[in-house]
Design a protein around this ligand. Structure first.
Ligand code: SF4
Length: 204
């Protein structure tokens, strides 16, 4: 069936001009309705009040771009969070990047050895501001059961962690809960002194 690609405007609708301006449709286009009347209808339809920092935070929390740093079994569990069953896309964080320069959420998933620490810090430094870190699982958060000289006893020794997700491995639900906690933190603009006072360790 043929479709009308240029339908007539309706009452309460607006028209975007070629210059990108939002205007009320003409009375002629509305079949005799006055322009003033329609502007009033339009304002009822489109009114939205907010603060600039609130709407920026809203956009930010719903468009996190993760950089997965998966080194062990937690990395496999993280894959299921991205998969169709748990579907991180529902929270706007499905655009997984393997380039730190295109990411703002570092997902540390797995054991971090002392040797890897400088690499983790370099990746964190290259990420976009404002950036966030989620530590997934016992190994990333505390070294887990690797109480050994070669394993970093928590990635917060070298990068500022915003959310810790417990478990070995954490369930996908727990990871989603961690992402939602981070979203609440972003939406409410919570202070992040661990981030503000962060300094890279001298040895990295
Ligand atoms: S926390 Fe458990 S599941 Fe995760 S990397 Fe460590 S040993 Fe593996």
């Amino acid at each position: 069936m043929a479709q009308n690609s240029n339908p007539a405007p309706h009452e309460g609708s607006a028209v975007i001009t070629a210059q990108g301006n939002l205007v009320a449709p003409t009375a002629e286009a509305l079949g005799g309705m006055s322009g003033t009347q329609n502007v009033n209808d339009m304002s009822r339809s489109f009114a939205l009040t907010t603060r600039l920092d609130s709407i920026i935070a809203w956009g930010r929390k719903n468009a996190l771009w993760p950089m997965p740093y998966g080194t062990a079994c937690c990395g496999i569990e993280l894959m299921s969070v991205m998969g169709p069953k748990y579907d991180l896309a529902r929270f706007g964080a499905e655009v997984v990047r393997f380039s730190p320069r295109q990411s703002d959420l570092l997902l540390v998933a797995g054991t971090i050895t002392e040797k890897m620490a400088p690499v983790l810090v370099r990746i964190y430094r290259q990420m976009l501001e404002p950036k966030y870190v989620l530590s997934m699982g016992a190994c990333a958060s505390s070294g887990g059961f690797y109480r050994a000289y070669h394993v970093l006893q928590g990635c917060d020794k070298v990068v500022p962690v915003d959310v810790y997700v417990p478990g070995c491995p954490p369930t996908p639900e727990a990871v989603l809960d961690g992402v939602m906690a981070l979203q609440r933190m972003i939406a409410t603009g919570q202070p992040r002194p661990w981030r503000d006072n962060w300094k890279a360790p001298e040895y990295v």
